[in-house]
Structure formats: structure tokens, C-alpha cells
Ligand binder design. Sequence first.
Ligand SMILES: Cc1cc2nc3c(=O)[nH]c(=O)nc-3n(C[C@H](O)[C@H](O)[C@H](O)COP(=O)(O)O)c2cc1C
Length: 216
Amino acid sequence: MSEKNSFVADLRKEYTLNGLTEQNMCPNPIEQFDEWFKDAVQANVHEPNAMHLATVSAAGTPKGRIVLLKGLDENGFAFYTNYESQKGNDLSANSAASLTFFWPELERQVRIEGMAQKISAAQSDAYFQSRPRNSRLGAWVSAQSRPIADRSLLEKREADLEKQFENQEISRPPHWGGFCLVPNRIEFWQGRPSRLHDRILYELENNLWQLSRLQP
Ligand SMILES: Cc1cc2nc3c(=O)[nH]c(=O)nc-3n(C[C@H](O)[C@H](O)[C@H](O)COP(=O)(O)O)c2cc1C
């Protein structure tokens, strides 16, 4: 056990790729995010749109998981899920949430905080219809986050639904759709040598984004 611990403790990486200056940051953090996101795509980051979503349950327990960013506009960051899942229930009880991206190839992290709102049914429908047929079917099959006795039950449900929807369009289940996290705080982190990393924070005050630098 102690040998394993020292192996973990000895893992270290020096960050040297880049630096952040206030002057080079966009006035709007969503535009800044868009630039960094394009950099991540260009750098071939593995699943650049994978992000950690943190919610708080009705009982006050923090919960985290990875979801995929599927839309970005001036309002915020969109992802899709089952509204009756753990995260869906958490967000119904408490819409405060955070998203975290880590792009190791660029030595960058972005942390976003705000309020998650359900997106319109029309927007959810449009995204749902853009998904492959088997993913659309999966949204009907899985009562996400609820226990199931055996995987074979899921597979049976999938086969039954496949028959039911044969030669038919698969419509969006009412319990499935998108959320948009509307940000009020976004922090950009760039790894630097000697652990003196750059951190630039945007906070929304009276509808204006204020920028400050945080110590690493
Ligand atoms: C790379 C990756 C991408 C994922 N994308 C999504 C997603 O977009 N939506 C989703 O509901 N779950 C996604 N998941 C599964 C979630 O992490 C999670 O297991 C599931 O949503 C149930 O979470 P909950 O019980 O907290 O609601 C993804 C998992 C991984 C590892």
C-alpha cells in the first residue's frame, strides 16, 4: 500500500506551454472559451467536449459526473440528459451547477459556475433528431440512474422497443432533453512552471463581466 502511495505521490508534470495576460483575454468569457475550445479541437484533445458536471442533491450532497458539451452560444453551455436521472433531479431541486473542462494536451482547465435551465422543447427535439437511431432508442430504453436487476432486462427492453418503433421515426421521450448552464463565473487556468500557474477569473456583476487574476 505504501509503495503504491509513493508511486502516486511521485507523479509530477511541469507545465511550460503557454501563459495568460489580462490584455490577451477576450472581454467576454464565452468568446474566450470558444477560442480555447477551438484550440483544444486543433490540438486533437481526446473528447474536448467532455466536461465534469457538478450538482448538489436535494439532501445537499455534491454529485459529479462527465457529460458532453453539445451547444455553446451567448446564453451558455448546453448538454443533454435524462431529466429524471440523478443530475436531472438535482437540477430540479437546485439549479446551481458547475462545469469543469481539463485539456491536458494544452495544460488548460476551465471552470464554469452558474444556473442550469431546461432548454426549449423545440431545441431538444432538434438535437434529439440529429442523434443516430440507436442513441435515440437508448433514450427510451434507459431509466437513467435507477437500479436494474440484470443487464439482460435492458437488452430485452431495447429489442421490444426496436420492434415497437419498426419503420417509424423515434420521437424524443418527454423525460429526455437539454439543460443550458447560464454562467455567472468562468475561470481560465493555464499551467505554468514552478506551480505558479495563471488564473484569470470573469465574474458577472450588474450584467458586466469583471476580470481579475487569482493566485495559483
Ligand atoms: C465521456 C463521457 C460522456 C458522457 N456524456 C453524457 C451525456 O452527455 N449525458 C449524460 O446524461 N450522460 C453522459 N455520460 C454518463 C454520465 O457520466 C453519467 O454516468 C450518467 O449521466 C448518470 O449520471 P447521474 O446518475 O449523476 O445522473 C457520459 C460519460 C462519459 C464518461
